[in-house]
Design a protein around this ligand. Structure first.
Ligand SMILES: *Cc1c(COP(=O)(O)O)cnc(C)c1O
Length: 361
């Protein structure tokens, strides 16, 4: 660090985010199962909208995102005035930290929670606080015990990444009921679409003035590269977030492709169906190989080995076979590998490779 020109306190505590590895040198047949991407890619409608958007690249985009907000509201039965769109849901998380947490404030999340909560808290100068989990699952009592008069934000991903576990509505309600008066609860619904009959927390947002939900086009919609996410919250919160949002944070391309993706029910249904089918298959196969694996509610599974060394060795073998999964030591889970549920051939290759490692022991 420069000795006179220095960033704000907290910033140098941020470890650079390591994205899921994308390629293996010298291989062109590598399968990427490290970033929870949709194995079927974007849907046809999204691709068509992307092509069409090219003709209007000289125009500045909408600043109020009205068309996308109205489409989201119609799809999920929400109030379009209380939706905010961002560059991925990461940007909504950033806005929340920037707007509500600063020096001396605490941002609370759970032990194996999504890394962006800590990063965004530090970037805002706030203090990140992690509450312990129980059996790799959000522990509401531990979160409640960690709340203080300085807590300004509580982040819970439900289902959580990288564990894949989730907590029931009853627990989310208990958490919301226990919030100190100055704190907001943020329900991160990045994987909500993968859970049947689940609203991601929308009803909770409707019934309170201190709960926000974040959602994304990056996972089931297969648009991680496009960078579109959104948030739903009480009017007073959305009003605050819009004040710090750049007027042109989303391009016309992002807005129109997102809108088109919402209408592609065929792509969504296929993605959901295949994910459920291969997730069940993959979990069963891992258990049959003697590994441990909590029940996942998302589009990845967390394989648990006997030791960090064994997870490391398995990861090395998978790489040598052209298979990229995610090491999750940064999440405090060095004995685990997070494997995105791929298509059937990818899942079969992963299980075959892991079986080779297990067989060698
Ligand atoms: C993938 C993911 C997101 C989404 O990030 P985007 O910025 O929308 O791509 C948010 N939260 C969690 C827990 C995730 O796993």
């Amino acid at each position: 660090m420069h000795d006179i020109i220095r960033p704000q306190p907290g910033i140098m505590d941020i470890a650079l985010y390591q994205g899921g590895k994308a390629s293996i040198e010298g291989r062109n047949d590598a399968v990427k199962l490290s970033s929870n991407e949709n194995p079927f890619g974007p849907g046809e409608r999204a691709i068509e909208a992307y092509r069409r958007a090219g003709h209007a690249l000289h125009r500045y985009p909408s600043t109020d995102h009205l068309a996308l907000r109205v489409a989201l509201a119609a799809t999920y039965d929400l109030d379009s005035d209380r939706i905010i769109c961002g560059v991925g849901s990461d940007e909504i998380i950033t806005f929340l930290c920037q707007a509500y947490a600063g020096r001396g404030d605490e941002v609370l999340y759970s032990q194996h929670g999504f890394l962006m909560y800590r990063i965004s808290a530090l970037a805002a100068g706030a203090t990140p606080v992690a509450a312990p989990e129980r059996d790799r699952t959000t522990d509401v009592d531990a979160l409640i015990a960690a709340m203080t008069p300085r807590t300004r934000l509580v982040f819970v991903a439900n289902p959580n990444n990288p564990t894949g576990t989730m907590i029931p509505a009853f627990d989310v309600t208990r958490l919301a009921d226990a919030l100190p008066p100055q704190a907001l609860l943020v329900l991160d619904g990045a994987y909500a679409e993968y859970v049947e009959n689940f609203d991601g927390g929308a009803a909770m947002v409707e019934s309170r003035d201190n709960v926000v939900m974040t959602r994304t086009f990056s996972k089931i919609h297969g648009l991680g590269g496009l960078r579109v996410g959104w948030g739903y919250g009480p009017r007073h919160v959305i009003d605050v977030l819009n004040r710090i949002r750049g007027p042109f944070n989303l391009s016309t391309t992002q807005l129109e492709v997102g809108e088109a993706a919402l209408t592609d029910t065929e792509h969504l249904e296929r993605s959901l169906r295949e994910n459920a089918r291969m997730r069940t298959w993959l979990q069963r196969a891992l258990l049959d190989l003697g590994l441990k694996c909590d029940r996942s509610h998302a589009n990845f599974v967390l394989a648990r080995f006997d030791s960090p060394a064994e997870a490391e060795a398995c990861n090395a073998h998978l790489l040598s076979e052209g298979l990229i999964v995610r090491q999750v030591g940064a999440y405090g889970l060095p004995e685990c590998l997070r494997i995105t549920v791929g298509d059937e051939p990818a899942c079969r290759r992963v299980v075959h490779a892991i079986a080779q490692v297990r067989g060698r022991r």
